[in-house]
Design a protein around this ligand. Structure first.
Ligand SMILES: Nc1ncnc2c1ncn2[C@@H]1O[C@H](COP(=O)(O)OP(=O)(O)OP(=O)(O)O)[C@@H](O)[C@H]1O
Length: 594
């Protein structure tokens, strides 16, 4: 069975070069994404905070109505010169103001508390899922999406932002609904009816201002949706370019020494310039797309405060309503229009959020993608066999065969060398044995995974002390300092003994050859029964390379060894050979294999 094609095109989608995913899929994903926190084990606190926030939206509308009524009373009493009522009105104002202050202080606080909990939950969940089932490695191996790290760190932060995030937009929507209800009630008291003559009958529709507001908002919404589409596209492209720039900067920082040695500063500067130029260009298209949106928003706000006066003042002139009602009506209309036009007003915010959620969807798709494992990795072999391979063909991700191995067995205590030209598939075969390469067909069985150890060319050094790096995966406390000092001496690194507990960037400080000797120390500490080495001495000088293998032989005499080595002088430390040439393999005792 050939592996299925790798899902691709996400980057093309995100840069706007390919059409977006179907809307139905995106909606379903967004629903699942939002529901996840509110049904998580933190649900009690989450819903508690949310209910408080919802209650705030309702009481906010109530305070708005109080303030509006107060305004009507105030202007009417000023117009009627009711001096005696002035003190009472000021006192009433102070009480309403005090209420408003409670909202101003407490509401943002609750919002922030909820948003940080939500962010922590989402971030932990995504980190776990990304690291689970080897997805982080598989996503990189197949280059499924770019910058999953930034999606987790940044996009989730923007979605849960307490000022501009998705939940705040939804709360604003609720607040808009409640306010619409409150302002409609006020406008019904002040707005003149619309009178129409239909087939000779006079029809009177109450609350003309409301209908004008609805028509006003509907027309603006259509305009905004049309203007917003290119805005979403350009925002996504811009985010993508920003992420590329950040990851290139990290790349330069990580490879600082190599770049210096290779005199590649010009090249890196050029590529960073291209990144910045790409940002500039995509930002320009964001700005262009924003011009129309800003203009429409500006007109929308300004006209919204003047139109009600044009409608209500003639009625005041006709003596049908009081001056207080004109001011109250204008206030309610001005409140109604932005609330009704929530979608209009917040479209740019929603558009940005949609693009973040789409990036998270791409991450979810990559994490959830189940690539049928053509090669099965199992535990359990016949007695005396350390590795049993059956019917194995290793393929490249897109299906072409890389190594056709068929059946192969490594018996306990055998020492195999894997040979072949560069690019033949030696490292990939080792990854397959480790169960990290699923593309192809056949079966790989290990006698015991827990006593097998894989040592790649570049060692993984965790952040922490040198002792922690040497003891990994054991905890540093599991081994005495004196034992580690003796090992350092054994591998000719005794000068590092005093720095054993120093917290430094060891992966950047130790030379590749020193790191390979740290790997040797790990081997001697862990004493694996099966050791798989991928050019594990490539950075060592000949004397240290000999020493590496001699130490292995002396300290771990019965070990089963599979190693990829280019240096023919090292073949004598092995008794069997597997040679890969043009995808075909030949295997057997070393003296029989040419
Ligand atoms: N993640 C990947 N996606 C696509 N192709 C890959 C991937 N990893 C390895 N390959 C390809 O598989 C082939 C074999 O690579 P591999 O690293 O196994 O070779 P090798 O024999 O170990 O080479 P060398 O001796 O130079 O280390 C190469 O052509 C490489 O480009």
């Amino acid at each position: 069975m050939l592996p299925q094609p790798v899902p691709s095109g996400e980057s093309r989608r995100e840069t706007g070069l390919a059409p977006p995913q179907p809307a139905g899929d995106r909606w379903r994903h967004a629903l699942r994404f939002f529901a996840s926190y509110w049904t998580s084990k933190d649900w009690k606190v989450a819903w508690g905070y949310l209910l408080v926030l919802v209650a705030f939206q309702f009481s906010g509308a109530y305070v708005f109505v109080l303030m509006n009524r107060w305004q009507q009373r105030f202007f009417n009493s000023v117009e009627a010169r009711e001096v005696a009522a002035f003190g009472g009105l000021v006192a009433a104002y102070i009480s309403i103001l005090a209420l408003q202050m409670v909202f101003v202080v407490v509401e943002p606080l609750v919002k922030r508390l909820l948003c940080i909990r939500w962010r922590v939950y989402l971030t932990q969940t995504y980190v776990d899922r990304w690291l689970g089932r080897n997805r982080y490695a598989e996503i990189e191996r197949l280059r499924m999406i770019d910058n999953p790290d930034q999606r987790i760190a940044d996009d989730l932060r923007y979605i849960t932002d307490p000022e501009l995030g998705s939940m705040v937009i939804l709360l604003d929507a609720l607040s808009a609904l409640v306010m619409v209800w409150a302002t409609v009630a006020i406008l019904l008291e002040t707005a003149p009816p619309i009178t129409l003559a239909l087939f000779g009958t006079a029809i009177s529709i109450p609350g003309s201002t409301i209908w004008y507001a609805v028509a006003y908002v509907l027309v603006s919404s259509v305009v905004m949706v049309l203007l917003g589409k290119p805005y979403i596209r350009s925002m996504m492209r811009w985010q993508h370019r920003e992420a590329d720039f950040r990851s290139n900067l990290v790349h330069v920082r990580r490879n600082a020494a190599q770049i210096g040695m290779a005199n590649a500063v010009q090249i890196e500067r050029g590529s960073l310039r291209i990144n910045v130029e790409n940002i500039r260009q995509s930002w320009r298209s964001v700005i262009r797309a924003q011009i129309g949106l800003n203009m429409a928003n500006g007109l929308y706000d300004r006209l919204g405060s003047i139109i009600p006066l044009f409608i209500l003042v003639p009625r005041y002139f006709a003596g049908a309503i009081s001056f207080g009602q004109v001011m109250g009506g204008r206030d309610a209309f001005s409140a109604l229009v932005p609330q009704l036009g929530f979608f209009v007003h917040f479209y740019p915010r929603m558009a940005t959020q949609i693009s973040y959620i789409n990036r998270i969807k791409a991450l979810d798709d990559a994490i959830d993608y189940e690539r049928p494992a053509g090669i099965t990795a199992t535990i359990g072999t016949p007695a005396g066999v350390a590795v049993a391979v059956t019917g194995l063909t290793v393929r490249r991700p897109h299906g072409e065969p890389l190594v056709i191995l068929g059946d192969w067995q490594v018996r306990d205590g055998e020492r195999w060398v894997i040979r072949g030209p560069s690019g033949a598939g030696k490292s990939t075969l080792l990854r397959t044995i480790a169960g990290l390469w699923p593309d192809g067909e056949g079966q790989v069985a290990l006698a015991d995974r827990s006593t097998a150890m894989f040592v790649p060319q570049r060692l993984y050094l965790p952040l922490g002390t040198l002792k922690a790096a040497i003891c990994f995966p054991d905890a540093p406390e599991d081994h005495d300092d004196s034992a580690i000092a003796a090992l350092l001496d054994m591998v000719h690194l005794s000068h590092l003994a005093d720095d054993m507990h120093a917290l430094r960037m060891w992966s950047e400080e130790l030379s590749p050859g020193e790191q390979q000797r740290v790997a040797l120390m790990r081997i001697l500490l862990q004493k694996p029964s099966l050791l798989i080495l991928d050019e594990a001495t490539s950075a060592l000088d000949p004397a240290n390379t000999q020493h590496f293998h001699q130490l292995l032989e002396a300290q771990l005499p019965g070990i089963t060894l599979i190693s990829v080595v280019h240096d023919e002088r090292l073949h004598r430390y092995h008794d069997h050979a597997l040679v890969i040439a043009d995808g075909r393999t030949s295997a057997g005792p070393i003296e029989e294999i040419a």
